[in-house]
Design a protein around this ligand. Structure first.
Ligand code: FAD
Ligand code: MG
Ligand code: MG
Ligand code: MG
Ligand code: MG
Length: 551
């Protein structure tokens, strides 16, 4: 145990390191999973549920395929085609997993209990509250929409986060068209009713605006010929551009396409107030402007759920905005608690925090200096523990650590360079600039769920063989490699059967062929054959008959 504590890489789980042989426990450890979204469901699907006593708690008894929510708002895809009952997912695991439809409202890490509340049933005390014990807790509760406390947003805007939201938006679009068609309205009022405002130029806002535009031009304009020329779609973004997380080429293409489509993209405008009839926005040049609208969708980003904020205060993370975990997805200072997906963020360890330790471990011969060979011997460890080093070398087009060392020394010629601690520090001083925060996406949440399930599946083995199945050269050993995200690319559907994609290696592809790639990827990613069938038949139906405008 003493040797391991000096390593570059820490032990992955908090299980006992003591040499005492523990008798085999007759009872399986209790794993409690909060949430049945991307993180929770992927975790459950990959977990070997024979090893644990598993309980799942979520206020929704289904998994929703969120990337297709914008398609639900226009009736391209039916709501039931993108949801899978969680009990079906669990049934496939052999029916050993318990599910409670309830929400957690408090985590008690001292006593390893969570407080839950059901909204559909009451106990003898007249409320729906109950306690659940855990040995391991997997927090995968996602995030809430962030209004930035803008007045009137909650009362007057739609969100696009849940299946119900998408259904409400669809109904509301139809209501706006019917209202605008009523005989007693004047032109101004028809215009107002058919002004659709989307706040937030991120992937969700952009995709929604595009799908609404398609719905209007392909289908509704035929059904409402007398009012169709009153329709206006505005997309409001506070930054200077939309889709800022994508490559510049995609941003430009999207802005141009929306311009041609007649979608009014207002960048540099911040919405400051929403009332029943008008939306007020601000721009340094124009000051406040108020525009009448028929329907508004708010999609400006996500925030932390209130009970997670409380939990963070309890565990000394009160000064943070998002719950932090280490690279093994463990919540720090909180035995047995893990967090994945949108509710958490990984606090990547900085090289500079550990530089003395890295130097000590690498300096095998205790000479007080490091040769290139000494550094190379621990390089694999360093790359695993601090991925930013590799990213940094790549960004500087350096071939390896030797380049970095020589550039720190300033004399590229000499073969036998040696670095003292100060020089080593200098060589690595900039690598932490490459620390990346992972985006709040389904891709990240599901990879984390899968990673964590694999760790859980091996945990017992790891407890019996504390050295761990994975050995890394150098002094330190750890049982599991830290979580490593693999970016598989991201799509931005832009309407008119055109999609932009940013694939690994910054490969950009835009157009109709990318739309087909989008169709095939999203068909493949469906959680079951049932939803895959439904989604594909919805798409086919749309191609033949158009979108369904009845609600
Ligand atoms: P979620 O999937 O949100 O799941 C949270 C779960 O926790 C839910 O089951 C919820 O009911 C439950 N829960 C909530 N509160 C509690 C509580 N108190 N107790 C217990 N359970 C609770 N990502 C992509 O990668 N690609 C896309 O194309 C894409 N498109 C998107 C489109 C839209 C419209 C939206 C809204 C999101 C999209 N995302 C996309 C993002 C993606 O959906 C999220 O990043 C992902 O859902 C995060 O997974 P999660 O498990 O952390 O949270
Ligand atoms: Mg989840
Ligand atoms: Mg989800
Ligand atoms: Mg996250
Ligand atoms: Mg040495």
């Amino acid at each position: 145990a003493a040797a391991s504590s000096g390593g570059l890489v820490a032990y992955a789980d908090s299980g006992s390191d003591a040499a005492v042989e523990k008798p085999q426990l007759p009872q399986r450890k209790k794993v409690v999973v909060l949430g049945t979204g991307w993180g929770g469901t992927t975790f459950l699907r990959n977990l070997d549920s024979r090893l644990y006593d598993v309980q799942v708690i979520s206020p929704r008894n289904y998994f929703a395929f969120t990337p297709l929510l914008p398609s639900v708002t226009s009736g391209t895809v039916e709501p039931r085609s993108i949801v899978e009952p969680i009990r079906r997912v669990l049934e496939k695991k052999g029916g050993e997993i318990k599910f409670w439809e309830a929400e957690c409202f408090k985590i008690d890490p001292q006593n390893k209990k969570i407080h839950c509340r059901s909204n559909i049933g009451t106990n003898l005390d007249g409320n729906g509250e109950f306690l659940v014990d855990y040995d391991y807790l997997v927090v995968a509760v996602g995030a809430r929409t962030n209004t930035f406390n803008t007045p009137g947003v909650v009362e007057n805007c739609h969100f696009l986060k849940e299946v119900e939201d998408a259904q409400k938006i669809r109904r509301s679009v139809m209501d706006c068209f019917e209202r605008a068609s009523l005989p007693f309205l004047d032109e101004e009022e028809r215009k107002k009713n058919l002004h659709f405002v989307v706040v937030g130029g991120g992937p969700t806002g952009v995709e929604f605006a595009a799908s609404l535009h398609d719905f209007v031009t392909d289908d509704l304009s035929k059904l409402y010929p007398s009012v169709q020329h009153f329709v206006k779609i505005s997309l409001i973004e506070a930054a200077d551009h939309i889709l800022t997380m994508f490559d510049k080429r995609i941003t430009n293409f999207a802005e141009d396409k929306f311009g041609r489509d007649g979608i009014d993209v207002k960048t540099g405008y911040k919405v400051v107030k929403v009332s029943k009839d008008a939306i007020t926005m601000q721009n340094p040049a124009t000051g406040d402007i108020s525009v009448p609208y028929g329907m508004a969708v708010w999609s400006t980003g996500i925030g932390t759920r209130p009970f997670i904020v409380e939990f963070m205060k309890q565990i000394g993370q009160g000064n943070r905005r998002v719950l932090a975990t280490d690279e093994w997805l463990r919540v720090r200072e909180c035995d047995g608690v893990y967090a994945i997906g949108d509710c958490a963020t990984i606090n990547q360890r900085r090289v500079m925090e550990d530089i003395a330790e890295i130097f000590r471990v690498a300096d095998k011969d205790k000479s007080g200096t490091l040769t290139v060979k000494e550094i190379q011997d621990v390089l694999d460890d360093i790359y695993v523990r601090y991925p930013q080093v590799q990213l940094y070398l790549k960004s500087k087009q350096m071939n390896g650590i030797a380049d970095l060392v020589r550039s720190a020394k300033g004399d590229a010629e000499k073969e036998s360079v040696e670095l003292n601690i100060e020089e080593f520090k200098k060589a690595l001083s900039l690598v932490d600039s490459q620390v990346k925060f992972l985006p709040a996406t389904a891709q990240v949440a599901s990879q984390q769920g899968q990673y964590l399930a694999r760790c859980f599946n091996k945990m017992k083995d790891a407890e019996e063989h504390p050295e761990g199945p994975i050995r890394i050269r150098g002094e330190g050993r750890h049982r599991f490699r830290p979580f490593r995200y693999r970016h598989l690319g991201q799509f931005a559907p832009l309407g008119g059967e055109q999609t932009a994609a940013q694939l690994p290696g910054d490969w950009i592809s835009i157009g109709h062929s990318t739309q087909w790639l989008w169709y095939s990827v999203y068909a493949t990613k469906q959680i079951s054959w049932r939803t895959r069938m439904l989604v594909v038949s919805d798409w086919t139906r749309r191609f033949i008959f158009g979108r369904d405008s009845s609600c």
